[in-house]
Design a protein around this ligand. Structure first.
Ligand code: NAD
Ligand code: LMR
Length: 327
């Protein structure tokens, strides 16, 4: 039997937490032979709700669930964690942009990252889901200077999954036929789902979807505004699909990427594709199962260049909005 891996999840009593925890405990995050300890972090007023979540997890009798640690103490919460999934934060309401949450949510990520640095396992990797996730991740990374930059991630996989599904519907194929669709930049209305390199059943996109106007008129805005469309329809932001994307992200990070595909996650930019170094920017990525690398050398046409710079500009603006939270 393998030693259990400790997975810390913040906002564990929230709606994403509710969709996420049973999936982690059942082996969908780290594999069917990997025991886990769930370290569930909430704010104090939510501890009673968290108790209910813990009871439900216990009642599932998951063979891989070694232990559950519910807490509002960050040091206890991140102790021994090899993965930290930072979900806990306030979601936006209809009419807001995600960056409008910076004033409320940004500061959460200073104390949490200090606690991660002080208590987590030496192989800690952190995925920020709470919005605006790129800039929250930037805050967290900069407040934990002892943790290498390549251990910090912000989630844009939900946008990739949305984009792949839209392409599959348009082409009339299974979603598994769509590969190499990466989200560039910010998890926001400026994100750029770059369809120029995508393939459908191994064919270049223009060979399969010939309606060129559709990409600019429908596809890009649908992906960019999907979060808002869900809030409008549900009165609440996405939860099951967000939890699913968090699982997909971790799996893609720890699994070798098939040679005919890549995946999206926002990482610390070192200036690749001319993006401002230091930003947490979503790129097309590949993994060898241990280490990640940005797919380099892709052709960026004039249309794409404009889009990847627009989303970079928004990230720079967000960075300047949180300068007081950056040491
Ligand atoms: P929710 O309100 O249902 O749950 C959030 C939970 O976080 C609550 O239980 C709350 O008590 C807890 N919380 C708040 N502050 C905390 C703190 N400092 N420490 C620990 N826990 C804290 O919200 P949700 O629907 O689960 O969404 C959570 C976040 O995820 C939001 O910011 C939302 O916008 C974001 N989100 C991101 C993506 C993405 O693709 N990156 C997708 C969906 C949602
Ligand atoms: C999403 O994309 O669904 C989330 O980021 C929630 C939101 O505020 O749109």
């Amino acid at each position: 039997m393998k030693a259990p891996v400790h997975v810390a999840v913040t906002g564990a009593a929230g709606q994403i937490g509710y969709s996420l925890l049973a999936r982690i405990a059942s082996g969908q995050l780290l594999g069917p032979d990997q025991p886990v300890v769930l370290r569930l972090i909430e704010i104090e007023p939510a501890m009673q709700a968290l108790e209910g979540v813990v009871m439900e997890l216990q009642d599932c009798a998951f063979p891989l669930l070694n232990d559950i640690v519910p807490t509002y103490d960050l040091n206890e919460g991140f102790n021994k964690a090899s993965w930290a999934l930072l979900v806990g934060s306030v979601p936006r309401k209809a009419g807001m942009e995600r960056k409008d949450l910076l004033g409320i949510n940004g500061k959460i990520f200073t104390s949490q990252s200090k606690a991660i640095q002080d208590n987590a396992a030496s192989d800690i990797r952190t995925l920020v889901v709470g919005n605006p996730c790129n800039t929250n991740c930037l805050i967290a990374m900069n407040n934990a200077p002892d943790i290498p930059h390549d251990r910090w991630f912000a989630m844009t996989r939900l946008d990739e999954n949305r984009a792949k599904t839209q392409l599959a519907i348009k082409a009339g194929v299974e979603v598994t036929s769509v590969k190499k669709l990466a989200i560039w930049g910010n998890h926001s209305a400026t994100m750029y789902p770059n369809y120029f390199d995508a393939t459908i059943d191994g064919k270049a996109i223009p060979e399969v979807i010939t309606d060129e106007a559709w990409f600019k008129k429908d596809f890009i805005p649908t992906v960019q505004q999907r979060g808002a469309a869900i809030i409008k329809a549900r009165g609440l932001s996405s939860a099951a699909s967000a939890a699913n994307a968090a699982i997909d992200t971790v799996k893609s990070i720890i699994t070798p990427t098939p040679s005919d595909d890549y995946f999206s996650v926002a990482v610390h930019s070192k200036g690749e594709y001319g993006i401002e170094p230091g930003l947490i920017y979503s790129y097309p990525m590949q993994s060898d199962g241990q280490n990640l690398s940005i797919i380099e050398g892709l052709d960026v046409n004039a249309f794409s260049q404009e889009k990847i710079k627009a989303t970079e500009a928004e990230l720079s603006e967000e960075k300047s909005m949180v300068s007081d939270l950056l040491p």
